[in-house]
Ligand binder design. Structure first.
Ligand code: AMP
Length: 279
């Protein structure tokens, strides 16, 4: 496995693979890798001849400096995850390599970024779309792998790829969970033991809404029951949003539309967690 910190070297590696007729898969990440990321890399390994994992904590997608500074960085362990999952190349640039000067050009994501995480994290998806566009142009993949855990991000990347005609197939990968149902996330590392024990209530609340709605129950009542369930946890997560949204536009719906997604963001202490399920 080659580890490259420069765009020039990553391009040379990819060009050599391409010249040898190998298909290229990319898995963009921000590091602090866990089994969810491992799953993305393994799927890329199964489907592509040359697998690139990128590790870059992208400053332009953080709207709070503290969140950026406290984002876990576990580079040596990350390399082991990439190696075990079968990556051929790890592209891990420093911020100065990706943004050598203040950027003027960016990707606007339109109304797909208006709701849910977009409403609470201004500029977040613009930062995500812009860095993913840059990573696509640097690594020139045939296929790119993204987790359904970040469903709004996945929808925005799919739409950007269509709108800007990137010749890349976007491959969605189902959410990988801990044994107790908590969606794996790099941010889980920042939870205290008590917060970690309470965190699975978010997935249980999503499952509760899915069951009730699938059985024809009212969305309002299902949401109330889910909110009560979350409030009963100790410590109780502070819910930022809990919405049933349209699958394409991520617009919150007042009543059930099929198919759709129920998505949640909630704070446990200083840590913001997100999760979602399809309904
Ligand atoms: P991140 O490093 O958190 O930006 O995530 C990098 C990629 O891994 C994104 O496409 C995420 O959606 C995906 N990912 C993160 N956590 C999980 C998970 N628990 N299951 C599946 N994919 C995930």
């Amino acid at each position: 496995m080659v580890v490259s910190e420069t765009i020039a070297e990553a391009r040379a590696q990819v060009a050599a693979a391409r010249a040898a007729g190998r298909s290229i898969g990319v898995v963009p990440t921000m590091g602090a890798l866990h089994a969810g990321h491992g799953q993305l890399i393994e799927q890329a390994r199964a489907e592509c001849a040359f697998v690139v994992a990128t590790i870059f904590v992208n400053p332009t997608q953080f709207n709070q400096t503290a969140d950026f500074e406290k984002y876990p960085r576990t580079f040596e362990a990350d390399l082991a995850v990439c190696r075990n999952a079968g990556a051929d190349l790890v592209f891990a640039p420093a911020a100065g390599e990706m943004y050598p000067e203040r950027g003027f050009t960016a990707v606007e994501v339109g109304k797909l970024g208006d709701h849910l995480c977009g409403a609470f994290r201004p500029g977040h998806f613009r930062g995500v779309a812009t860095v993913v566009a840059k990573l696509f142009l640097i690594t020139q993949p045939d296929r790119a792998y993204f987790g359904e855990k970040d469903a709004q991000q996945l929808a925005i990347i799919e739409r950007m790829t269509r709108d800007l005609n990137f010749p890349v197939d976007i491959v969605p990968v189902p959410t990988v969970r801990e044994a107790d149902g908590l969606a794996m996330s790099s941010r889980n590392l920042r939870l205290t033991a008590e917060e970690r024990a309470a965190a699975p209530v978010l997935y249980r609340a999503l499952q509760l809404i899915r069951e009730r709605v699938n059985q024809g129950g009212s969305l309002a009542e299902a949401r109330e029951a889910a909110a009560a369930l979350i409030a009963s946890a100790d410590p109780a997560p502070r819910v930022e949003y809990l919405e049933l949204v349209d699958l394409d536009t991520f617009t919150p719906q007042a009543s059930v539309m099929m198919p759709s997604r129920v998505a949640i963001a909630a704070w446990l202490g200083e840590v913001r967690l997100i999760d979602n399920v399809r309904v």
